[in-house]
Design a protein around this ligand. Structure first.
Ligand code: NAG
Length: 164
């Protein structure tokens, strides 16, 4: 589905991993793709057994235990994997990833947690997007989901890979 640049959403945390939050609420979405290593890609950020996977500059998975510096930092070589882009299951439901800031919560709670977002405005009104939190951002407001909406088919180079 076509994701909006900004839309209002209602959100329901729906996996047991974040039952501490338990309730639904409203929030907003924006979209980003900066290629940087997502914050939850570092070890022990959340309750998940392993950090969010990252990739090298050629979009190949790193098996580094989450310890490689972000390619956006001096001397770093870990990037977001292009596989962390959304896909549609059908007309109404899609899955994806997001940088998240939940009011009254913290990264330890939301890293790798999943949220069901129902859009309440725009062209996608009524459609659902289920996201896993992989990142956060200092510029995010309360209950803000910055959707990792990366590459479109056709963005690949001649070698078939997407380069950051
Ligand atoms: C879309 O997929 C979701 C998740 O599998 C399912 O619950 C829903 O019934 C499907 N909707 C349609 C219109 O097929």
């Amino acid at each position: 589905m076509q994701l909006p640049t900004a839309a209002l959403v209602s959100l329901i945390p729906f996996l047991p991993i974040i039952t501490a939050q338990g309730s639904s609420g409203s929030g907003k979405t924006t979209r980003y793709w900066d290629c940087c290593k997502p914050s939850c890609g570092w070890p022990k950020k959340g309750n998940a057994p392993s950090p969010v996977g990252t990739c090298d500059k050629n979009d190949r998975p790193l098996n580094d235990g989450g310890n490689t510096k972000s390619g956006c930092d001096n001397g770093g070589s870990a990037f977001m994997c292009s596989s962390q882009s959304p896909w549609a299951v059908n007309e109404t439901v899609s899955y994806g990833w997001a940088a998240v800031n939940i009011a009254g919560s913290n990264e330890a709670s939301w890293c790798c947690a999943c949220y069901e977002l129902t859009f309440t405005s725009g062209a996608v009104n009524g459609k659902k997007l289920i996201v896993q939190a992989t990142n956060t951002g200092g510029d995010l407001g309360n209950n803000h989901f910055d959707l990792a909406v990366g590459f479109e088919p056709g963005d690949e180079d001649e070698d078939g890979r997407v380069h950051c």
